[in-house]
Ligand binder design. Structure first.
Ligand code: TYD
Ligand code: MG
Length: 453
């Protein structure tokens, strides 16, 4: 067999070098050269399908029928929900998350369900067949029609796909796979990119649905090249605190549906169980109101969730006061503290400020701002906020409170769960009264703080 040629290309400028070097000879960036395959014109893996393929005709957009993509269910409602209604044939899904959070568990459960109607294959590079069998016993799916392959070599997996023609394949995980064509180790940027690209091509050519598991880095981003997220159709992330039993699956990108849809699961003795009514999960139970806690309503995809935001403000003894944020954006915290100082005259430069969203939820929407500031203010004064208070609203740099989308839905959910006072942006104030909910509408941050003194 002819030796496969590789060279080194720069991830920044695309420059090519024959030998590896620390610095890209083209753009001068450091550590950007990665091994890649040299295009030889013929492709080893897809020769047969390619020779059958015809050049796609150039069409007028208006002439093309917009066919709804047919979907099929994964057999797990919450999983279908994040996927935008189910899986699509030929679609490629990437699912990331911390180790031990439940990626393999969820996929094994889903595959076992799908095996009832489809040919499915679970490729594991992390666990042996015996380990997976043990897990399937625990999950109560050991009698399933599911096919299993413990393999890490890409070429062998691709030939299994041709031989067994599965309709749904799980690759657990993309970082353990390696292609013979490259000399770098499994998990390296070049290997991950090559394997993902080959698998994606196989998915598109033979209409199989591929779900890849991806490892995450310490910072929580998907490990490997950024292109990984570009080539796949859907990117999902597992979130949640491994110490608590709740897990969230969030869609970050979805070519076939809405993003920011959320699936909520509880990890039980027998695997992950969907939670269909999760709105009150992320509230901690205090008998009496405590300082530094403020409940907000966040809107995740199509459903509102109530989440407790906690703040602790304490005198700092370090030269630089600490600002730490778990589940909320760190930079946003610095900005909010500056707004608090400039527009409400409350300084925190000599105070350590810690904030946390209860239950390991990640809140990315700016509608959390007002709740964060209320919690910080409450902790500073060591006075609890009123019982039954719920808050949402974005805080602008000029100290104004901006409306949050879908305010009515948020308010109705809060009322349903027994909250009695809502501190919200003026523009979100409902025209009709909501039963049992007193509305306090504000449009400036200083006004918000003084209303609840
Ligand atoms: P796993 O799916 O192996 O995580 P990942 O593939 O994301 O690394 O998750 C395993 C964890 O879940 C492990 O800590 C044990 C726990 N678990 C349960 O609590 N119940 C179960 O039924 C199973 C299978 C696992
Ligand atoms: Mg795993």
């Amino acid at each position: 067999m002819a030796k496969i040629k590789t060279n080194y290309s720069c991830t920044e400028c695309g420059g090519v070098a024959n030998k590896w070097a620390g610095q890209c000879p083209a753009c001068g960036q450091w550590n950007t050269l990665v091994e890649s395959l040299v295009e030889t014109g013929t492709n080893r893996y897809s020769q047969a399908p390619q020779s059958l393929a015809q050049t796609a005709p150039v069409l007028q957009l208006s002439e093309i029928d917009a066919l709804e993509v047919p979907r099929f269910s994964t057999g797990i409602d919450e999983f279908d929900r994040v996927l935008g209604g189910g899986l699509v044939s030929g679609g490629v899904v990437l699912i990331g998350g911390d180790p031990g959070i439940g990626k393999s568990t969820l996929l094994l459960q889903a595959l076992a369900e799908m095996a009832k109607h489809k040919r499915v294959l679970y490729v594991s590079g992390e666990e042996s067949g015996a380990q997976i069998a043990l897990r399937s016993k625990r999950l109560g799916v050991e009698n399933s029609e599911l096919k299993l392959q413990a393999e890490i070599q890409l070429e062998k997996i691709l030939s299994t796909l041709i031989q067994h023609k599965p309709q749904v394949v799980v690759i657990d995980s993309i970082q353990t796979m390696y292609s013979d064509a490259l000399s770098s180790a499994p998990g390296s940027v070049a290997q991950v990119r090559e394997c993902a690209a080959q698998l994606t091509r196989a998915a598109k050519l033979s209409d199989v649905t591929i779900i890849m598991v991806g490892h995450v880095t310490k910072e929580g981003a998907l490990a490997g090249p950024r292109v990984l997220e570009h080539i796949v159709d859907t990117v999902l992330y597992f979130e949640g605190d491994t110490h608590s039993s709740f897990r969230l699956v969030r869609a970050i990108k979805n070519r076939f549906g809405a993003v920011n849809e959320l699936g909520v699961f509880a990890m039980t003795e027998r695997g992950l169980k969907g939670v269909s009514n999760p709105s009150a999960l992320f509230l901690s139970q205090h008998d009496t109101p405590v300082p530094g806690a403020c409940v907000m309503v966040t809107q995740e995809g199509s459903r509102p969730l109530l989440v407790e935001i906690q703040a602790l403000v304490d005198a700092s003894h370090a030269p630089n006061a600490r600002r730490l944020s778990v589940g909320l954006e760190q930079n946003r915290l610095a900005m909010l503290l500056a707004v608090l100082h400039r527009h409400a005259g409350i300084a925190a430069f000599d105070q350590d400020v810690f904030i946390n969203a209860v239950g390991g939820v990640k809140i990315v929407e700016p509608a959390a701002d007002l709740a964060v500031l209320m919690a910080i203010h409450s902790s500073m004064r060591n006075r609890p906020l009123p019982r039954g208070l719920v808050v949402f609203g974005e805080v602008g740099l000029a100290g104004e409170i901006r409306p949050a989308p879908r305010g009515q839905e948020r308010l109705r959910e809060a009322a349903k769960l027994g909250f009695t006072i809502a501190l919200i942006p003026k523009a979100n104030a409902p025209k009709q009264q909501i039963d049992g909910l007193q509305i306090v509408a504000v449009d400036r941050i200083d006004q918000a703080l003084s209303k609840l003194r």
